[in-house]
Design a protein around this ligand. Structure first.
Ligand SMILES: CC(C)(COP(=O)(O)OP(=O)(O)OC[C@H]1O[C@@H](n2cnc3c(N)ncnc32)[C@H](O)[C@@H]1OP(=O)(O)O)[C@@H](O)C(=O)NCCC(=O)NCCS
Length: 200
């Protein structure tokens, strides 16, 4: 039976191998083992008789914003609902923390779509989100990751959706600008901006 549980220190090397196996196939970003040790508390794993066969992490990034990262299920175990259980466990973790907006950067938008994630313009996510991007070997020219957001609270101001016309034609290279900027909502409403708006 598959059990979803919090990761333990002895799982780190298996998680590392699992994630970097997918990274070798360019399905996930490569992860340093030091990063996994540092962020161990963020991880849940799928355990099959003591063997780790899947993992997922939830990383709080900003005020009311957490990221689903490093979701992976070993090839032989895919298609059995394990990815779904790992994701749902991390989403429940986010809810327990009071976080109502979750994002992910992924190449598997079809999977996340099933769970209510919507594609958004990456540029509208806060700066902090990009700290990992700039360390990524594919940044910026060959970035293939799609930004997706799931809101638990419908009352919050939505992040603008990615327009279908803006989708990459070959399904690989995004057409959205790869330079981060502060989202509109976070930009300070300074006196200068108000003065400018008042000018004829
Ligand atoms: C993406 C991944 C985590 C899915 O895990 P999984 O255990 O195979 O998925 P599940 O069996 O839980 O699937 C749940 C649902 O999502 C669907 N699904 C799975 N992968 C999908 C995909 N790539 N695109 C669209 N739908 C997908 C399943 O058909 C299933 O639908 P259903 O509930 O209607 O039957 C797994 O394929 C994986 O580890 N891939 C390599 C790493 C990766 O790309 N991770 C993505 C996160 S950045």
């Amino acid at each position: 039976m598959i059990k979803i549980r919090r990761a333990k220190i002895n799982d780190v090397r298996t998680i590392h191998k699992l994630l970097n196996g997918f990274a070798d196939r360019k399905e996930l970003l490569p992860r340093a083992i030091s990063e996994l040790f540092e962020n161990l508390q963020q991880f849940h794993v799928a355990d099959h008789g003591g063997a780790v066969v899947g993992c997922c992490s939830l990383a709080v990034q900003w005020d009311n914003l957490a990221e689903i990262k490093a979701l992976a299920v070993a090839d032989a175990y895919q298609g059995k609902g394990i990815g779904k259980k790992l994701l749902q466990t991390c989403l429940a973790d986010a809810e327990a923390l009071g976080i109502t907006r979750i994002f992910t950067l992924t190449m598997k938008d079809g999977f996340f779509n099933k769970f209510g994630f919507k594609r958004v313009v990456k540029n509208n996510l806060p700066h902090k989100v990009w700290t990992e991007c700039v360390r990524c070997p594919y940044f910026p020219e060959t970035c293939v990751e799609i930004a997706m957001v799931k809101d638990f609270d419908a009352r919050q101001k939505p992040i603008p959706a990615f327009k279908p016309g803006d989708l990459p034609k070959d399904g690989t290279v995004p057409t959205e600008p790869m330079v981060p900027k502060e989202p509109e909502a976070d930009a300070p409403k300074t006196a200068t901006r108000r003065r400018r708006a008042a000018r004829p």
